[in-house]
Design a protein. Structure first.
Lengths: 111, 115
């Protein structure tokens, strides 16, 4: 059974810091891994999608890596800003119909 | 804005009642998935509809049912509500043309409270 774990559960950093969020999954048989952002009480916004054959994806200040063999992904956020405060969710696609999510990392960036 | 709209945004029901949640998918998308997100947890897959047929189901009892209409909008119905059904219900749309390497577009969700 595929399980997705995210560490840390919560993180509080001062503005300007570079930070890393971690995601691990138990079964390497995945089609892709995705990172989402969720603001309180809101839906999910897709940030990055890494195909199983790829090692990383970049969008602006965000960089996500994937090591499928070890079952790990990291989301790197450069020069964090207060507007980055949100919950970040990692999800894997083990088959064609459903995503399996982790429980998220709650990030707070203070001025 | 993702173009996926859900209604209502908030709903309060009592145990044993029935509820219907609605989702309009993004233009051009023919696949709708529903997820349940309990407080402090990641979303859990309920089911997916593709071209009006159920195309996969998660570990939810039969009292969770759905529909997809010819315009690809969708409904989630929950019968005999239980207290544990209190959660944020998220709808996501996509197109199957992208296969397994496409992004999902989520709505803002319906917050259901069961008293």
């Amino acid at each position: 059974k595929q399980e997705v774990t995210q560490i840390p559960a919560a993180l509080s950093v001062p503005e300007g810091e570079n930070l890393v969020l971690n995601c691990s999954f138990t079964d390497s048989a995945i089609y892709n891994l995705q990172w989402f952002r969720q603001d309180p009480g809101k839906g999910l916004t897709s940030l990055l999608l890494i195909q199983s054959s790829q090692r990383e994806q970049t969008s602006g200040r965000l960089n996500a890596s994937l090591d499928k063999s070890s079952g790990r992904s990291t989301l790197y956020i450069a020069a964090s800003q207060p507007g980055d405060s949100a919950t970040y969710l990692c999800a894997v696609l083990p088959n064609t119909d459903k995503l399996i999510f982790g429980t998220g990392t709650r990030l707070q960036v203070f001025p | 804005e993702t173009g996926v709209t859900q209604s209502p945004t908030h709903l309060i029901k009592t145990r044993g009642q029935q509820v219907t949640l609605r989702c309009s998918s993004q233009s051009g998308h023919n696949t709708v998935s529903w997820y349940q997100q309990a407080l402090g947890q990641g979303p859990q897959f309920i089911f997916q509809y593709y071209r009006e047929e159920e195309n996969g189901r998660g570990n939810f009892p039969p009292r969770f049912s759905g529909l997809q209409f010819p315009n690809y909008s969708s409904e989630l119905n929950v019968n005999a509500l239980e207290l544990d059904d209190s959660a944020l219900y998220l709808c996501a749309s996509s197109t199957r043309q992208g296969g397994t390497n496409e992004k999902l577009f989520f709505g803002s969700g319906t917050q259901l409270s069961v008293l």
